[in-house]
Design a binder for this molecule. Sequence first.
Ligand SMILES: [Zn+2]
Length: 102
Amino acid sequence: MGFFFLVFYLIPLIVAMWVFFDSQKHGYTFWQGLLWAIGVFFVLIVFLPLYFFSRRKRRKLAPAPQRPQTPSQGTPCFYCGQPNQGDPKTCPHCGQNLKIRQ
Ligand SMILES: [Zn+2]
């Protein structure tokens, strides 16, 4: 009896909770995560592969915005606003002297 309880109730519950929190990490809304969790809880064998498939497709469509793309470490130009690599004396975009500031 305990074995069946474990297999048919406890494991889907744990997996459903994991799916819910995992979906939140992957940018699903609260209700989307809840629906996935409910689906996994009741029909684990169907919804768990579906969830993984959906998650993989989602990741491919929208890459996780973990790091905003900042190719240049430098600060934007004082005059024209273009980002400058490193710490140049003059702006390569507008030619203004960057070392003279008031
Ligand atoms: Zn400039």
